[in-house]
Design a protein. Structure first.
Length: 419
């Protein structure tokens, strides 16, 4: 790398949904485009791992807002099989501490909190301030916040949450082959892709951008940066001091913590398909189990917030053991011999991601716009956190990549006009 004025026209930093989205928009524009990805694979937080012949989505799995989701359109164009059944998040398997009557109460409490937040957002912008004081189901609502945002309601901006809710639809669909498989399969062939190439420094000198990697420097006309906010806010990539506002914005839009742990169901055991099972509906740290997703012999466990941090701290083996105890308590002792740990995510421990998905801290929702702002017609920013109302999703990431690529193309054509 190095040498002439520009080695390439555009460098995309990061090969998740946003990076792939940017590459798709730049494809066929007559530009040389390189995508540098730190890890060994394309997809980022979209990762379908095949275990025991089962495609398991370790990160994104749901095509949220599926009716308007660009990934859904891409999957349809490819003729991929889409499961359009509604999610079973509200279809709980009853158990002694969560009877059907209690479930109805918990759902009503969620709806009341949601309506209060949407109808009269708290002046503090703290989503927790819409909770009823001493509410019986506040622990349940905090657990939901763990799954939805990866953080407790005290850390969630009401304005940010409302923006997402207003834009989202209730259609949540799935891909049998996996969301991660779809993202990885859609990097255009005319994008030069370099895996295992972590960008260490980004510099601009007014005419070009220098991207430093362990394999050498690369000079380009412009770059699109798509790394997660927790990566950008850390010192993993050195960037010019003039980008302090971007770094500061990233720190106000942190990633929450969510992890998935999968069990294989072996042999004949009577477990319903497509049902949720919450261990303790009054515990903010409760895991939620999704029984036989897509009718597969699997239990997918979702841990959000503090319980997900504990997996990082205590290790996966301890987490699997604790979850087996819970499942035995909820479903009877016979179930244990039918369950085998299959796979676990570790997004928070992943140096190139460092969490699950972004949420704005109270009063900082507008920082998404700051993070998305181009710099000196040279650096463009994408990634789920730059999306004002589809953040925290893979389709929001794709749209952000499309937006950043359009900004870059407009700048390039403006520069041609000025010559
Ligand atoms: C457990 C979990 C469940 C989820 N569930 C859903 C869901 O059901 N539906 C949904 O829509 N979304 C879901 N999401 C969120 C969704 O996965 C993300 O919002 C989306 O994939 C983010 O894409 P991105 O391109 O913005 O970022 P990323 O996927 O993080 O991509 C950034 C890329 O940059 C790379 N990188 C980092 N540092 C460097 C560097 N120095 N140099 C080069 N490359 C670097 C990273 O390796 C990564 O590949 C989930 C996420 C998690 C973790």
């Amino acid at each position: 790398m190095g040498g002439k004025t520009f080695d390439v026209d555009v460098v995309i930093v990061g090969g998740g949904a946003a990076g792939v989205g940017a590459a798709r928009s730049l494809s066929g524009e007559g530009l040389s485009v390189w995508l540098l990805e730190a890890s060994q694979r394309i997809g980022g937080r979209g990762w379908t791992q095949s275990v025991d012949g089962l495609p398991l989505d370790m990160g994104c799995g749901w095509l949220h807002t599926a009716d308007r989701n660009a990934w859904r359109q891409i999957a349809e164009d490819l003729g991929w099989d889409i499961d359009r059944r509604p999610a079973a998040w509200d279809k709980h398997q009853p158990h002694p501490s969560f009877s059907e009557a209690e479930q109805a109460e918990a759902h009503a409490a969620f709806a009341a909190w949601h309506d209060a937040l949407m109808g009269a957002p708290p002046a503090s912008d703290r989503a927790s301030d819409a909770l009823p004081e001493g509410g019986r189901w506040n622990g349940y609502l905090q657990a939901m916040s763990g799954y939805i945002s990866g953080a407790p309601l005290e850390r969630i901006s009401a304005a940010d949450y409302i923006a997402y809710e207003r834009a989202a639809s209730q259609n949540n669909w799935r891909l049998r082959r996996g969301y991660g498989t779809l993202i990885a399969a859609n990097l255009p062939v005319d994008t030069v892709c370099r895996l295992a190439t972590p960008v260490e420094r980004i510099d601009t000198d007014g005419t070009s951008v220098t991207i430093a990697t362990p394999s050498g420097d690369l000079r380009c006309r412009a770059a699109i940066v798509t790394v997660s906010t927790n990566v950008l806010a850390s010192d993993a990539i050195r960037i010019p001091a003039a980008l302090d506002d971007h770094r500061h914005a990233a720190s106000q839009l942190p990633l929450g913590c969510d992890e998935k742990l999968f069990f294989r169901i072996d042999g004949d055991v009577d477990l319903p398909a497509e049902r949720a099972l919450i261990a303790d509906p009054h515990d903010a740290d409760s895991p939620v189990f999704y029984l036989r997703p897509l009718d597969r012999p699997v239990i997918e466990t979702f841990l959000g917030g503090r319980s997900a941090w504990r997996v990082s701290a205590e290790g996966v083996a301890v987490a699997f053991d604790g979850l087996l105890d819970e499942l035995q308590r909820l479903l009877g002792s016979d179930v244990r011999r039918h369950l085998r740990p299959l796979a676990a995510s570790s997004w928070s421990a992943n140096t190139y991601v460092r969490g699950s998905y972004s949420h704005a801290l109270p009063t900082f929702a507008a920082q998404r716009g700051v993070l998305a702002a181009p710099f000196e017609e040279k650096l463009f920013f994408a990634g789920e956190a730059t999306h004002v109302d589809a953040f925290s999703t893979a389709h929001g990431a794709l749209e952000s990549g499309t937006r950043a690529a359009a900004e870059l193309l407009a700048t390039f054509s403006g520069q041609r006009g000025r010559r």
